[in-house]
Structure formats: C-alpha cells, structure tokens
Ligand binder design. Structure first.
Ligand code: 6GU
Length: 219
C-alpha cells in the first residue's frame, strides 16, 4: 500500500514508524510518505493556515494550500480515497480500518487547531473520519491511530495472520471482544488460570474462548 500522510508535523510520526508492526511493513507492504503542507504552499510567506472568516478562535487550514499539495503530489485530486481526520467525521471502527487496509493507495489529511476550511472536505476529500467523541488539538494523533490500525492488517505485519484474524471486533469473533488471555504461572497468589486452557483439548479451548468472547460482548 502507498500511504501518504499530509501534516504540518511529520516528525510527530517518527516514533510510530520505529515500532513494530509498522517498522516491519515499511519498505515492504507499506510505502509511507510523510508530506508537509508547508513544502507545497503557494504563499510566499510560507503560510498554510489563516484566521476564520466571521471571526472566532484558532486557525484554519487553507483550501488553496491543501489543493496545491495534492496537485504537486498527484497532479490533481487523486482517484484514490483521501481521508480527512476531523472530529466531525464518521467514527472510526474496525470495519472501516479493514476497508482502508484493502486499498492500494490511500491519502490522509490532518490539520491542527480549528481544522480544515470546509471546501477541503467537500471538494478534495472522499472521506472524513473521527477517532472518537472528544476533541484533540490536532489530527496527527488521529492519523497515527489510523496508520497503526491499518498497517497491522497488512501482510507480514504481525508475523501471524492468526493474530489479526481472531481479535476484538473481527468477523471471526462476530465483531465482539476478544477472549481473556493467560500465561505462566498457572497459579499466582491463589489466582488460577482456567483449567480448560491447561487441558490440551483444542476443541474445548476454542469453545471456551468463543463463549468468553460472547459473554464480554453481551454487556
Ligand atoms: Cl480526527 N481530530 C481532532 N482534532 N480531534 C478528534 C479527532 C480528530 N477524532 C476525535 N477527536
């Protein structure tokens, strides 16, 4: 996947790109480009945002700057999906993540402060996505959340296809929550690991896990 992220703070993504699973897919299944609006602004001042018309607090990312950035990189508005990260967007869920992970090419636009000139969302983007009902100071954290969630679904990201197939919110668990996990020791301070997990009966273990997943999801 070719994944392009437009941001005013590309350095914010450094930590994420050094961690697995992202580090494992970079240069392979994932070609991640971090692009700074500032490098594409047509304004001589190097400006990228401006005061809101009508007054009010904060700065707004300019539509001419966003358009110039897309023109410079794609020669126009790209054919592939362009996702704006904004609290006004569609709430992100695992189904959207799976859908985006299946794309060949994907572009994310993030903004700081008060966000995007509305014309960016209407004319330059195909999607607007929020990561939850709360307000962040900028879209970068949201973009990183999305990049991480998408990258870990790419082939080779986790070293085990099983770990991403059977997990919380996956179709395998009927969209529900994952079952509880245990590791050694089998007993600690009188706290015991469920007997069935020590039994070696794989069918019983699968059944127990499915029951636990349903129980957790029912509440
Ligand atoms: Cl995508 N951006 C900002 N600024 N705040 C958010 C968000 C996005 N999603 C939830 N809160």
């Amino acid at each position: 996947m070719q994944l392009d992220v437009f941001t005013l703070v590309p350095q914010a993504f450094a930590w994420l790109t050094e961690q697995r699973p992202l580090a494992s897919v970079l240069g392979g299944e994932l070609d991640l480009r971090l692009l700074n609006y500032r490098d594409f602004t047509p304004l001589r001042s190097g400006q990228v945002d401006d005061e809101p018309y009508g007054g009010g607090a904060g700065m707004v990312l300019r539509v001419d700057v966003a358009a110039a950035a897309l023109d410079a990189v794609y020669g126009g508005v790209p054919e592939h999906r362009v996702v704006a990260l904004t609290p006004q967007g569609r709430p992100l869920d695992q189904q959207i993540v799976e859908e985006l992970a299946a794309e060949e090419r994907l572009t994310l636009l993030s903004a700081r402060y008060e966000g995007f000139d509305e014309r960016i969302l209407v004319h330059l983007c195909s999607d607007a996505i929020s990561i939850g009902p709360y307000v962040l100071s900028g879209g970068e954290l949201a973009a990183m959340v999305l990049v991480d969630a998408v990258a870990r679904l790419l082939p080779g990201a986790t070293g085990s296809e099983e770990s991403t197939r059977v997990e919380s919110f996956s179709a395998e668990l009927e969209g529900g929550l994952e079952y509880p996990h245990y590791t050694r020791p089998a007993e600690f301070r009188g706290w015991h690991v469920p007997e069935v997990l020590l039994s070696g009966h794989h069918a019983q273990i699968d059944g127990w896990r499915r029951d636990q997943s349903r129980l957790r999801s029912a509440g």
